[in-house]
Ligand binder design. Structure first.
Ligand SMILES: C[S@@+](CC[C@H](N)C(=O)[O-])C[C@H]1O[C@@H](n2cnc3c(N)ncnc32)[C@H](O)[C@@H]1O
Length: 274
């Protein structure tokens, strides 16, 4: 592979563009990372310089190249039942939430859902803990900026290694084991799949079009690359979509130093709308 140099002035162009488009603040030290991770892409596109790639990125109306760029410099890593302490906490909260409901309706947003493990975990959790799960009108909105991970999520197809640490009972109720000649995979069952609405959505630049509030919002391990201004503004918008008492889940390495008047830390990066 031909190694293409990333000049400081080119890096500045990317930095500005990425900040405006996705809120990711790239420090000067990230120049090597951008060059290293994007070189392969430039070669694939037969481009000779990062300046050419910058023009290509700007001219791509589909947003797919932007998503590829974001995937290259960030991570889509996720897993089923990630952040175990939060699910434990939710067991207690669920009873309280259900008791306060007048309608059998649950609305949840998984913001930055990656390949679907998070929204499907929410459903598996509800299926496991609600004895009358089938009688509830449940919709999970699952959004991500990356078309690639979203199409994986929509397909709902996972490898054995993705589900091996899950309780067998949950696996049996949630997946069909599919054997082909050489492989085995696990296909999420339709009664769960149909409860998720997957959408391509950029948390930083797309408008908040929501008419109704959510019972809870998950935005875990998404804001790690955002700077304070972007994070602050996004959290502010999340709070407008949560009724009093509703939880906002962040990743365990993420914490809030702002919004103390509207969000109270309950532990394990779980915040409650005041
Ligand atoms: C590390 S994954 C976290 C997945 C899941 N929430 C979890 O905690 O397991 C972060 C996801 O956020 C998405 N993401 C990053 N920036 C975004 C943005 N501006 N708008 C929407 N999604 C974004 C990425 O594409 C990626 O799939």
């Amino acid at each position: 592979m031909h190694e293409i140099e990333l000049k400081p002035e080119e890096f500045k162009l990317f930095r500005q563009y990425i900040y405006e488009k996705v809120g990711i603040a790239l420090s000067d030290q990230k120049s090597t990372l951008v060059r290293g991770r994007l070189n392969k892409r430039l070669n694939q596109l037969s481009l000779r310089s990062f300046r050419d790639y910058y023009d290509f990125l700007l001219n791509d109306q589909s947003g797919e190249e932007l998503a590829l760029f974001v995937s290259a410099i960030s991570t889509n890593v996720t897993s089923f039942f990630r952040e175990g302490a939060q699910w434990k906490w939710l067991e207690g909260y669920l009873g309280e939430m259900i008791a306060s409901k007048r309608e059998k309706k649950i609305r949840i947003w998984s913001a930055g859902c990656s390949s679907g493990e998070e929204p499907y975990t929410i459903l598996m959790f509800l299926q496991h803990h609600l004895s009358d799960f089938d009688q509830w009108d449940i919709k999970i909105l699952a959004t991500d900026i990356s078309p690639k991970v979203l199409s994986h999520a929509i397909a709902g197809k996972y490898e054995a290694k993705n589900i091996e640490s899950m309780p067998r009972e949950i696996v049996l109720r949630s997946f069909e084991k599919v054997r082909t000649e050489h492989t085995i995979h696990y296909q999420i069952l339709p009664h769960l799949r149909e409860k998720v609405l997957f959408r391509l959505y950029n948390l930083v630049t797309d408008p908040f079009f929501f008419k109704n509030k959510f019972d809870m919002i998950f935005c875990r391990n998404v804001m790690i690359y955002f700077d304070d201004v972007t994070r602050h503004s996004l959290i502010g918008r999340f709070t407008t979509l949560l009724p009093k008492g509703a939880p906002l889940f962040l990743g365990s390495s993420e914490s809030l130093t702002t919004h103390r008047e509207t969000l109270k830390l309950l532990g394990s990066s779980i915040y409650q709308r005041l």
